[in-house]
Design a protein around this ligand. Sequence first.
Ligand code: MCA
Ligand code: AMP
Length: 509
Amino acid sequence: MPGRSLFELLRSRFPEDPEAVFLEHERGVLRYAEAEALSARHAAVLAGAGVEAGDRVLVQVAKSPEAVALYLACLRLGAVFVPLNPAYTAAELEYFIADSEPRAVICAPSRAGETGALLAPGTVLLTLGPEGEGTLSDRAREAAPHVGSTPRGGGDLAAILYTSGTTGRSKGAMLSHDNLASNALTLHEIWRFRPGDVLLHALPIFHVHGLFVALHCAMLNGSRVIFQSRFDVDALVARLPDATVLMGVPTFYTRLLEHPGFGRESCANMRLFISGSAPLLPETFARFEQRTGRRILERYGMTETGMITSNPCDGERIAGTVGFPLPGVRVRVADGEGRELPRGAVGMLEVAGPNVFAGYWKMPERSAAEFRPDGWFITGDLAVMDEAGRVSIVGRAKDVVISGGYNIYPKEVEEALDRLEGVRESAVIGLPEPDLGEAVVAVVVPEGQSAPDPEALREALRGRLAGFKVPKRVVLRDALPRNAMGKVQKNLLREELGALLAGGAGAKG
Ligand code: MCA
Ligand code: AMP
């Protein structure tokens, strides 16, 4: 029985040609055969360090080909891959380590000291830097490749991805081999991946979008991937003529439209521009079509579910909609009790299917609260479905800001602000911003007579929170607007401050 290992599924699609290139990166190329071999060496290092099937391997490293091989190594061993944004501070990391109880942690060489200090006795610490340097690679060079892979059942965990929670505590979404495999196979099919496709990859690989959606499709297709270590619009425009598929967050597309060198010529070989992780403005869709003659394909998903809906590859792509439920994925727009509403009514989007996660790691109550008794998962997104079955996301019932495709939970930022000297209370909101879609703004009520300096508050947050969560602006107010129940009326703050970032906040924290 080969089992249902995602690793074996992916490997079965690797090209037989030993020369076939997988990742074309800034230091050279990694062929499929080399990626397979490197993952076997990484697996040998992890196994030698005591990592067994089911053990968590927490990975906070820069994007690199070695990091991809490390992911494959974890899958190969049946270990549970737990990727984290390298922007997380030590204070944030402490929680993830305590919660996931990893057997091994892989971090940047420059952060080995502070990371090591957070580990429980017996946890293995290895390092991996952006150039592939570090103790993982040193040991992998000496290691005899691990043979084969650990058989897995479809329900066994492949990864835990942390998504922030409305309570301020991050929740680890438990994703099984079947969750990931079913979604990958479906996307590969509906987006019509074909021989010769070349994926231009500029997303981070610690999230669903860059890791599962983009890389799984490429691997299932045996495709060459132009693997850029970070998003840089010049580098993207320079390589577009060599690619056929791009996946990005809406900010990729708004920045492409700002670039004078981007136009029909650079897209000559492109067959598919895919957008997701945040709403694509109809205006961006229209400007893109005007400039290139191409329609961006918008799709919608979540960490907990992978992709849920997509505009069609062949049929009409409509701005402002996220398309149809994927084959095999069931979607309903429901009332507060999970009862399906008639077409055209706005309600909660709920989802069921082989893509839906197994619950939150070590949080049975939170998991139970986010599923209906009939097993449907409550996304927290408000949606409407038209007669034809097309879905539009019209709002969010959850208090989350989506900035440049990263989710920021106001509660977490408010808690960090409220702990600072000079702050009585705070309310964190998302405001429209032309580059990032939404950006974080904090409204702070000072404690005592002398008002704190907004810049100093932002600076103080920097040591505690990853840069993308730090408010782009801090606004001081004597009081927060509250309703009769005492609840802060964030809608009033959003109305009042709505145009604050209309001229742009820049990506700079
Ligand atoms: C960077 N900064 C940001 C953001 N990104 N601030 C707010 N929001 C952001 N998204 C801040 C940094 O903290 C830093 O400030 C300064 O901007 C410059 O950082 P840099 O890394 O150079 O920024 P950038 O290259 O301009 O990044 C913008 C970006 C990036 C390319 C849009 O954010 C990005 O790659 N986003 C994609 C996120 C993604 O993959 N999401 C998928 C999640 P300082 O120096 O002060 O710290 S998966 C998901 O949502 C579901 C499943 C789905 O449907 O896909
Ligand atoms: P995450 O927690 O990073 O998995 O983010 C998932 C959330 O991103 C969803 O619940 C939506 O709110 C949002 N999202 C993803 N794709 C889209 C899209 N195409 N349009 C609107 N919102 C989206």
